[in-house]
Write a protein that binds this ligand. Sequence first.
Ligand SMILES: Cc1cc2nc3c(=O)[nH]c(=O)nc-3n(C[C@H](O)[C@H](O)[C@H](O)COP(=O)(O)OP(=O)(O)OC[C@H]3O[C@@H](n4cnc5c(N)ncnc54)[C@H](O)[C@@H]3O)c2cc1C
Length: 295
Amino acid sequence: MNTKFLEKEFDYLKPATLNGALEILAEKPNVKVFAGGTDLIVKCKTGAPVDMDYMLDINAIDELKAIASGDDGRLELFTNAKLSTIEKDERVIKDYPALAAAIRAMASVSVRNMASIGGNFCNASPVADAVGPVMCYKGVLRLLSKRGEREVAAEDFFLAPGVSVLEKDELFHAISLPAPAANTGSAFIKLGRVKSDIAKISITVVIERDDERIADCRIAMGSIAAKPLLVADIGQSLAGKAVTQKLIDATASEISAFIKPIDDNRTTAEYRTDVAKVIAQDAIAAAWKASGGKL
Ligand SMILES: Cc1cc2nc3c(=O)[nH]c(=O)nc-3n(C[C@H](O)[C@H](O)[C@H](O)COP(=O)(O)OP(=O)(O)OC[C@H]3O[C@@H](n4cnc5c(N)ncnc54)[C@H](O)[C@@H]3O)c2cc1C
């Protein structure tokens, strides 16, 4: 039930600097970061337990909203880059189109204007749409605290629904996306009950092509397990193979047999298992064609 108000009392803190934010995380107990609030405030209002004595609003820290070109053609998406900024960024549209597509498939324009990329990760939902593309583009996450900095591969960030490797004193700082190799193609497909709904199932495929063969393939799926999943072994097994419809069909069947989805209020495990095959066929074919490959 939406109570329309925040039941629990907390202190509201809005530091102007990154260091100020890290100090608060190091010194205060029960801090929750507020970026766009599109997950956090909903949880506070709908009665889900949010253990929070301090709300740390990071919106006065401009550097955390940036999208920056880094070394070796990398793109750095800082944590509070708003989804609507990312989906319109020319570098994202050109080099990471599956990420732009995943963000366009999320929520509404008004939610995407508030919501951040870091929030989509830190909420640690199995359905988070931006996660699959970041995994498939080999994104590395930078986590900061007063103790130092560490990097985590996107696929190693999630532990369970709502739980990630982020420690209580750490701030999710940025996502670093390596420059895609030549002849890379990608695709993102999401099925929901209605447009703008969260996913019943989603898939991302990124293929690096070497002539008529796959040099590298990464496949990630959402809403089919307790956390967003990189289907690493099946993707890797395609390396060196020539692409035919037979290969695509066999891979899609393998994916459908591999996943272990559950029934929930959006759909059934049976639907997810069946439709996984169809969206896998479509996404692999689309990514292959986007890489310049022929079928
Ligand atoms: C109507 C509606 C529709 C939605 N549709 C979709 C959808 O289709 N697909 C989808 O994936 N999501 C959807 N969402 C969920 C949500 O919009 C996204 O997950 C969004 O990216 C969250 O970002 P935020 O900045 O609002 O996060 P917040 O709510 O500010 O934070 C989310 C969580 O992450 C933590 N956090 C945030 N930033 C940091 C940080 N830098 N360091 C440490 N912890 C941090 C917060 O403390 C909180 O626990 C929807 C939400 C709404 C309200």
